[in-house]
Design a protein around this ligand. Structure first.
Ligand SMILES: [Zn+2]
Length: 264
């Protein structure tokens, strides 16, 4: 890497930390239908406002030893973890795609996906305020990234495929409800898969669905065997679909090529 690349990588990391900090605010507030701009950041325990010096990503958490300055309540490790994860995902986008439109697009997708993964893991909710703009941005990206002359076709295809992906998940949801008499997955999961479909196209989406369902099943089975889950426990399918999507953004093409070579 040239010195310019090193500087660009460093700035990518710093921007990733800052946006990760903003993502934490979204994760804490959106599933509870609270505004992300008002009120300003405060301790959930004692409501004390967080000074900007105590709001530096990762560093403040380490300096405060993971405790609120006013009341000493522990701060969730989720805060530095999300900041670090955003920064590392953005660095990986930079190293994988370079400073290109694709690199920026995948950084946006990673940001949304990480946020949705954590929100689903914590609250079993996938807020529309992330999935719906995510679908719109994905459709926009499929148009921008298509060669000139075939943009209209690309837009129609992406919209149709995105709706199909949502339909596949809804079909699974309805069959589950018909068989078990209760809801196992929600509309949020369908919108999430539609979002990945809008950004990434059919092959990647099917890989995400396959990996997500397999990981969720394995997780559910382990929880069941350890006595931590019953037949009625809801599993965070959305969180596992999101993890599968993060894998697929960077390793989807080689994984699909590896799979297809068994048939050639
Ligand atoms: Zn406090």
């Amino acid at each position: 890497m040239s010195p310019i690349d090193w500087i660009a990588a460093l700035f990518t990391l710093l921007f990733g930390l800052a946006f990760g900090s903003f993502l934490n605010v979204c994760i804490a507030r959106l599933p509870r239908h609270r505004s992300i701009v008002h009120p300003p950041s405060h301790c959930p325990g004692c409501k004390a406002l967080i000074r900007s010096l105590d709001n530096i990503p990762v560093l403040s958490y380490l300096l405060l030893r993971g405790r609120c300055r006013s009341c000493g309540d522990p701060i969730s490790w989720r805060y530095p973890a999300v900041e670090l994860a955003t920064a590392l995902l953005w660095l990986t986008c930079f190293l994988h795609f370079g400073l290109t439109p694709a690199g920026v697009a995948m950084a946006i997708l990673c940001f949304l996906t990480l946020g949705l993964a954590v929100m689903d893991a914590e609250t079993l909710r996938l807020p529309d305020s992330f999935t719906l703009p995510g679908i719109a941005l994905g459709l926009a990206w499929s148009v921008i990234s298509a060669p000139e002359g075939s943009r209209l076709r690309a837009a129609l295809f992406a919209a149709l495929w995105s709706a199909t992906a949502a339909g596949i998940l809804l079909a699974i949801a309805f069959s589950y409800r018909a068989l078990r008499g209760r809801a196992g997955l929600g509309l949020g999961d369908a919108k999430l898969l539609a979002m990945f479909a809008a950004w990434l196209g059919p092959a990647d989406t099917l890989l995400i669905l396959f990996l997500g369902v397999v990981i969720t099943a394995l997780y559910g089975l382990t929880q069941l065997l350890r006595g931590r889950a019953g037949a009625a426990t809801r599993l965070p399918l959305g969180a596992f679909l999101s993890l599968a999507a993060l894998y697929t953004v960077f390793a989807g093409q080689p994984t699909i090529a590896w799979y297809l070579h068994f048939f050639s």
